[in-house]
Design a binder for this molecule. Structure first.
Ligand code: CAO
Length: 430
C-alpha cells in the first residue's frame, strides 16, 4: 500500500477555479478515472478524475475553495503495484508532480443565478436556472449518472450552489419517480405548444426574454401546475392606518424613509403568521416544516422582470426599519444588484399592486412557501357602520395558499385576522 497525492491536472489554462462539488469522502473506494471533485470556472465545469483505483484517505479541498493546476485534492491509498508515477498523482510526501496533460471534458455551465431573484427564491435556493442551451447545471459525473438512469436533468431540482444538480438530487428524483411522486410536465401528457408563424398574419417584432423573465417563468409555471391554489379575497378598513401613515410621513419629512402601506402590511402579516404558523411553513415530503423565523419577501417590478427580495427577521423590526429595508431592497432590485442573501430564505411573500391599480388578483404561491398575499389599490367606499354609511378607506386583500397545507377555513381566518390588525395595528402588539 502507498499513499498518493492527487492533484488538479492541467485544466486548459483555467486558474483560480472554484470547487463546486466534492464527490468522495475519506474511506470511499474509488475506481480509476472515478470523479473526485467538480470544478467550475465561469466558462466550464470539469471533474478531476482519480488516477488509480484506491481508497480515499484524506480530502484536502472543500466546496468553495479556489484551486488551479497542481493544487492538492486528496490523498489516495493505492495498492503498491499500481502506484507507478501517475499523471495526476504523486507519492506523498513528494513535491508537487508536474501537472499532467489530462484535460477533463469541459461542460458549458448554465447562466449564473441572477442577483435579482425569480419569484420562487427557493428559488434561487432550489431551482436550477434554465440554461439557454437547455443544459441543466450539473457536473459531467452527474450528467453521466442521469443519462444511465434515463433521467431528464432539466426536470431535476438542484440543491447545490446556484441550483446545481447534485448526484443526490438525481437519486432523490429517481426515488420519487419510483414512488410515483414525480409529476411535472411529463405526467400531464399535454399537447405540444402551438407553433404559429405569426408573421403570416401581420408585422411582428421578436424580443428575447430576459434571463430573469425566463427563470421566473419556469418557476411560476412549476408552482402553478404543482400547487393546488385557492385564493381567499377579503378587505381591510385601513382608514385610521392610512391617516396615521400620511401623518407619519409628514413628520419624518426628508429625513425618514418613505413609509408606504407595504411596510405596515409586512408587520401585519408577521402578526398573522405568528398566530397561524402553518402559513409560515413548507412541505417536505410527508412533513411540514414550520419556520420559527419570519423573512417576508415582496414582489418587485423591475425593468428586467419580477424579483422577490426578502426582508429578514421582519418580526424583530419596527415599521420604520422595514420601510428602510423595502426602500433599499427595491432600489437594489431595480439596479439588478440584489445578492444571494437578499433573495433567499423567505417564508411568506407579499405582492403589492396597490400603487398601480386593480381590485383583486390571484397571486401564485412562491414555492416552497405555502402562501402569498396579494394587495390591490385601496379605495374610499361607503361602509355601513350600523347606523349610517361612512366613507372608509378599504384595502383589497387576495391571499393565495397551497391547499395541501392550508384548509379554506384557515385561509379565511388568516385574512379576517389580518384585516383586524390592519384596522387597528395595536393588535399586532398583543
Ligand atoms: N393602494 C393605494 N395606493 C398605494 C397602495 C395601495 N395598496 N400601495 C402603495 N400605494 C401608493 C404609495 O403610497 C405610493 O404613493 P405616493 O407616490 O403618492 O407616495 C405609490 O402607490 C407608489 O408606491 P411604491 O410602488 O413606490 O411603493 P410600495 O411600497 O407600495 O411598493 C414595490 C414597492 C417595490 C413593491 C413596488 O414598487 C412594485 O414593484 N410593485 C409591483 C409588484 C408586482 O409586480 N407584483 C406582481 C407580482 S405577481 O405577478
Amino acid at each position: 500500500m502507498s499513499i498518493l497525492e492527487v492533484r488538479v491536472p492541467n485544466i486548459g489554462g483555467f486558474k483560480d477555479v472554484g470547487v463546486v462539488e466534492v464527490l468522495v469522502k475519506p474511506g470511499d473506494s474509488v475506481g480509476a478515472d472515478a470523479s473526485l471533485v467538480t470544478l467550475e470556472s465561469d466558462k466550464a465545469t470539469m471533474d478531476v478524475p482519480s488516477p488509480f483505483a484506491g481508497t480515499v484517505r484524506e480530502v484536502r479541498v472543500k466546496v468553495g475553495d479556489r484551486v488551479g493546476e497542481g493544487s492538492l485534492v486528496l490523498l489516495l491509498e493505492v495498492a503498491a503495484e499500481s502506484s507507478a508515477p501517475p499523471e495526476t498523482a504523486a507519492p506523498a510526501p513528494a513535491a508537487t508532480p508536474p501537472p499532467p496533460a489530462t484535460l477533463p471534458t469541459p461542460v458549458p455551465v448554465g447562466p449564473p443565478m441572477p442577483s435579482p431573484a425569480p419569484p420562487s427564491r427557493a428559488e434561487s435556493e432550489t431551482s436550477p436556472p434554465p440554461s439557454p442551451s437547455g443544459l441543466a447545471h450539473a457536473s459531467p459525473t452527474v450528467r453521466k449518472a442521469a443519462r444511465e438512469l434515463g433521467v431528464d436533468l432539466s426536470r431535476v431540482t438542484g440543491s447545490g450552489p446556484r441550483g446545481r444538480v447534485l448526484q443526490e438530487d438525481v437519486q432523490k428524483y429517481v426515488k420519487q419517480a419510483l414512488a410515483g411522486q414525480v409529476s411535472g410536465g411529463a405526467g400531464l401528457d399535454l399537447l405540444p405548444w402551438p407553433k404559429v408563424d405569426f408573421a403570416r398574419f401581420g408585422p411582428v417584432e421578436t424580443r428575447p426574454l430576459s434571463r430573469i423573465r425566463k427563470i421566473a417563468g419556469a418557476n411560476l409555471a412549476r408552482n402553478w401546475v404543482m400547487i393546488p391554489h385557492v385564493t381567499q379575497f377579503d378587505e381591510a378598513d385601513v382608514t385610521d392606518l392610512e391617516d396615521f401613515r400620511v401623518k407619519l410621513n409628514a413628520e419624518l419629512g426628508e429625513a425618514g424613509p418613505k413609509v408606504t402601506m407595504l411596510a405596515f402590511l409586512v408587520k401585519a402579516c408577521v402578526a398573522a403568521l405568528q398566530r397561524f404558523p402553518e402559513f409560515n411553513s413548507s412541505l417536505d415530503g410527508d412533513s411540514l416544516v414550520l419556520k420559527r423565523y419570519f423573512h417576508v419577501g415582496f414582489a418587485a417590478d423591475t425593468p428586467n422582470g419580477l424579483v422577490v427580495p426578502v426582508v429578514r427577521d421582519a418580526d424583530r423590526k419596527g415599521v420604520l426599519e422595514i420601510a428602510r429595508a423595502l426602500g433599499e431592497l427595491s432600489a437594489k432590485a431595480r439596479e439588478g444588484k440584489l445578492g444571494a442573501a437578499d433573495i433567499q430564505g423567505g417564508t411568506f411573500s407579499i405582492s403589492s399592486l396597490g400603487g398601480i391599480g386593480g381590485t383583486a388578483f390571484t397571486p401564485i404561491v412562491n414555492a416552497p412557501e405555502v402562501a402569498i398575499l396579494g394587495v390591490s389599490r385601496l379605495s374610499v367606499r361607503p361602509v355601513w357602520d350600523g347606523e349610517r354609511f361612512a366613507p372608509r378607506k378599504v384595502l383589497p386583500l387576495s391571499l393565495s395558499y397551497d391547499h395541501r397545507v392550508i384548509d379554506g377555513a384557515a385561509g379565511a381566518r388568516f385574512t379576517s385576522y389580518l384585516a383586524e390588525v390592519l384596522r387597528d395595528m395595536r393588535r399586532a402588539m398583543l
